[in-house]
Design a protein around this ligand. Sequence first.
Ligand SMILES: Nc1ncnc2c1ncn2[C@@H]1O[C@H](COP(=O)(O)OP(=O)(O)OP(=O)(O)O)[C@@H](O)[C@H]1O
Ligand SMILES: [Zn+2]
Ligand SMILES: [Zn+2]
Length: 764
Amino acid sequence: MATIAKVVVEISLDREFDYRIPAHLRDSIKVGSQVNVPFQSRELRGFVVGLSNFSAFADKLKEIAGVVGEKPLIPDEIMKLAYWIADYYCAPIENAVRTVLPSAVRKRGASHKKQLVVKLVDGASSSVQEKQPALTDPLLAMDEPTPSAQPNGAGCSVYEKLPPKQKLVVETLRQHGTMTVSELKERSGCSESPIKTLEKQGLVKIEEATILRDPHAGMELLRTKPFELMVEQKSALDTICASMDKEKPGTVLLHGVTGSGKTEVYLQAIQYALDRGQGAIVLVPEISLTPQTVDRFRSRFGDCVAVLHSSLSDGERHDEWHRIRNGEARIAIGARSALFSPIENPGLIVVDEEHEPTYKQDEAPRYNARDVAVMRGHLQNCCVVLGSATPALESFANVKSGRYELAEMLMRVDDRSMPLMRVVDMCIEKEKDGRPQIFSRELVEGIYDRLNLNEQVILFLNRRGFSSSLQCEKCGYVAECAECSVSMTYHKGAHKLLCHICGAEEQVPARCPDCKDPEFKYAGVGTEKIEEVLGKLCPNARVARMDSDTMRKKDSYRTVLDKFKTGKIDILLGTQMIAKGLDFPNVTLVGVLNADMSLHVPDFRAGERTFQLLTQVAGRAGRGEKAGEVIVQAYTPHHPAIQAARSLDYDGFCSQDLEFRRELNYPPFSHLVLLTFKGGDEPEVMGAADRFYEHLEAILPASVTHCPPMPAPLARAKGLWRYQIMLRCEHTVKMTRPIRHVVQSIRLPKGVACTVDVDALSLL
Ligand SMILES: Nc1ncnc2c1ncn2[C@@H]1O[C@H](COP(=O)(O)OP(=O)(O)OP(=O)(O)O)[C@@H](O)[C@H]1O
Ligand SMILES: [Zn+2]
Ligand SMILES: [Zn+2]
């Protein structure tokens, strides 16, 4: 029996502290338990992250004061996952623990709310009352025992004799189950008096109970039934179920073209898990951007889905988490952190759009939820499905090496054809008109055609604002952010210059600050400009713009999509917000403006990103009866990424890109670790990076590819200078172990911070 507990306390310390476990607590303290401990002169809340019988400080240890709650808050397997994350991603364990347990659950404040609820006391009614009183939390209800319901003979005959108002109240309760007094009044349209009378007669009971805040209250969805699967869907489902049946289930990469019905496969695979008595977790890249997908899960499985939405209040988040912890919700769906939902006995973890960089957290621990999902699957004997129309090259390589199984769906549902993609060379367009064009003739004609046919159009440009920079034609002055090494973007609506890195705002100067020339040129276009041009090209069309400038409000995304769905909008214009997941059958044209923009990023994944983006956006067209068309405008139309997207050649693109990566020893042929040093004083940052590198170089194994520190592509951000060291090696530990050693052995100057990014996705 362990006598020492390693405790991480709930203030920002990346250390564990040893505490003695008093004898009376030895049975109840487990890894993951929440405890109160004396700390300096206070008492703090902490988590047990390890147990032991030894401590280097054995004679000086303080005792744990008490345990909070019965079950450990963090289940064992999730605690193991936290350790793995801390180790693999070179992050403090405390950070990893914070990551696996939502702050809303960690905080004491977020307690359940108590309300008065009305319950039927009629024993006979329980058979009518099919829907469980799903809103009460059994775990917490047990803390305050209420006398159990006594069937008091109030059977059908009593019910028949009730006056109409009271009958209505009983009927409402029978139909909808236990509810709050106020909800009952609203639903039945009665005042409180018939409820009170019923209570006096002993037919209903009014009591205080814990109400779980249901973030989806009032949003009943039509329940859907499973579709009859297409041949490819069936065989993909079989592969997944066969994997679940294995003693050691594995990871399945579901490569399905856009519109091939991947979501339906996930739904049926989850049903299979539920039938086996298991739960499931579904990860989506950004939950606020995938309302359609989330709705499909909720309308298939109803209340047993817990949606972990980033816009939930702390209270709602806390309640959803407990609904999972106590088994009421069997399916958790959400963005990357939903991976740590305490689903007991998960049978399936789905990572939708597995190639999405948003699965990587950009603060410590810098974990990739897709890769951690595979790890969780491994730890819990649970099948993991990674789905995408454009799998990441890392996942593709894992199939080639036999680590993952492959399920392919190359046909769209109902044999709908893939949209036809045309690439327009904008250099030729420019020559025709003698000046750069925003819209090619093809695209304009395409838009006019669709508007005439009452069909819908999606236009995609991955840059918000009006113009990307403000430039003086005379002296070359460019308006730059004072804190970051990027040019300011002109936003016409706000009439301001904005920095897209740090958010700084500036007034638009009336003349050039350098040469005083009043002729400013707006270079590059953003969505705001496109909106203006569209207004002139087709003044009668109803256009909606979707980017982070217009989508500030909580529900605006859903509202606009609803309008688009019901045909109240003709043209949907937006940034990458509209690139994925949308399923609108009446969209027959997708236009991509400036498709090469994403190619000109100093990142070896630029080609892959461009290919993925084009394929995903194009996939929004032709999802209904009518065929779809895609018009892509580019200045480098022959780039392999654009051509591969045009000819729907995923395999071809991969083979070619892999060749280049192999030559340069880039992922997936190696793992990549990026060290970034940041600070306000450039020489100091450079000096710190150099010194770090000297120490590191001395102990790095020969198999690690590396070179001396260099200024980051984004050389300065938010007032901090940035220097980087990039390391590559087939084995991550060969890099992380020496890095950890240097981090612990040298002290950086106060003004310089170093971040370690294992398997970095952003190289800026
Ligand atoms: N077996 C089926 N029979 C009929 N319709 C289906 C079937 N499977 C899926 N669908 C429908 O086909 C459409 C496309 O399916 P879904 O959105 O799941 O594709 P997807 O592969 O997830 O697409 P994307 O990756 O482009 O978002 C949806 O409207 C869905 O309801
Ligand atoms: Zn800035
Ligand atoms: Zn000037």
